[in-house]
Design a binder for this molecule. Structure first.
Ligand SMILES: N[C@@H](CCC(=O)N[C@@H](CSC=O)C(=O)NCC(=O)O)C(=O)O
Length: 282
């Protein structure tokens, strides 16, 4: 593993790392913010999953999360959004291929060779953190967050691993991907035609069929009402209905005038990190 960039930030360190991923079969990049508290204590970890077209850098450079992460004493790890490289399958569109991994384990050729973002985020990345940063981060206190495609990833990963993740934060999330164009396109390409396989990666479906909704991690979902993707792609109402059916805790905050951009995320990221921190015992 190599450090490829580092900056002092609010008394801590914002770094980028590259490493070979066995799961994805290529080099992967991730960003890690370590707050000043990590110099003397093991701090809880928030995973941030970004959206379509993003790398590990968008959140780090645009969300302005470091100030409150430093204050609360939490680490934030932000992986890239897909495997990358010349040998990695791709499409010349923004919503499929590199930059659009959708946090699934692909089963269809040629995607299944490298596109294993679910396993990368759930297993390989935490194992790497435990191995390399075991004195700085406390992996018994984890929470997960994300935006748009990454909001979908955070919801699915959090809901499928309720014993691991204390809480879930999502901005402008794709809440019901099996029922919207972005999700239908990605899932039919990566997972094939069997819609039963799709349901394992649909937050609303997972929540609606949960045995014990009250045992799921609490969700805070932030949604701008001037978001151009809201009607066609995001469907927060499907998650709310599923939560009601399951008895799960989902709070959707609808914000007049806010769009899909990082200006929206930057406005409310402090509240979301405080929400996650509370459930991680900070
Ligand atoms: N057609 C647009 C769409 C790309 C876009 O809006 N990406 C969002 C995430 S959308 C859902 O996953 C994003 O976060 N962009 C990066 C940013 O820094 O704003 C396009 O190609 O631009």
């Amino acid at each position: 593993m190599k450090v490829i960039d580092e900056h002092r930030s609010f008394g801590g360190w914002q770094r980028r790392y590259t490493h070979h991923s066995k799961t994805c079969g290529c080099d992967m990049t991730f960003a890690l913010y370590l707050p000043p508290a990590a110099e003397h204590d093991r701090v809880p970890v928030v995973y941030w999953l970004s959206g379509l077209t993003c790398t590990d850098e968008n959140f780090v450079n645009k969300a302005g999360a470091q100030r409150v992460a430093a204050e609360l004493g939490i680490a934030i790890v932000a992986p890239d959004t897909s495997p990358r490289g010349e040998d990695v399958a791709d499409e010349d569109v923004y919503d499929l291929g590199q930059g659009a991994g959708f946090y699934v384990n692909a089963t269809q050729s040629p995607w299944s060779t490298h596109y294993r973002m679910y396993d990368y985020v759930v297993t390989e990345l935490p194992d790497l953190l435990a191995d390399r940063f075991g004195e700085q981060v406390d992996l018994s206190r984890e929470a997960i967050a994300g935006h748009s495609m990454g909001g979908h990833g955070a919801l699915v990963i959090g809901l499928r691993n309720p014993d691991r993740f204390a809480a879930i934060s999502a901005f402008s999330a794709i809440c019901n991907p099996v029922a919207v164009p972005w999700g239908e396109k990605a899932f039919s390409t990566y997972l094939g035609d069997d819609r039963k396989a799709w349901a394992e990666y649909d937050a609303s479906d997972l929540m609606a069929h949960a045995d014990h909704g009250a045992a799921l991690p609490p969700v805070l979902l932030e949604q701008g009402l001037a978001d151009g993707f809201l009607e066609e792609q995001l469907k927060p109402e499907a998650l709310e209905q599923a939560a009601e059916k399951a008895g799960a805790s989902v709070e959707v905050r609808r914000r007049e005038g806010y769009d899909h951009s990082y200006f929206f995320i930057a406005t409310f990221i402090d509240e979301h990190l405080r929400f996650l921190a509370r459930y991680m015992g900070v």
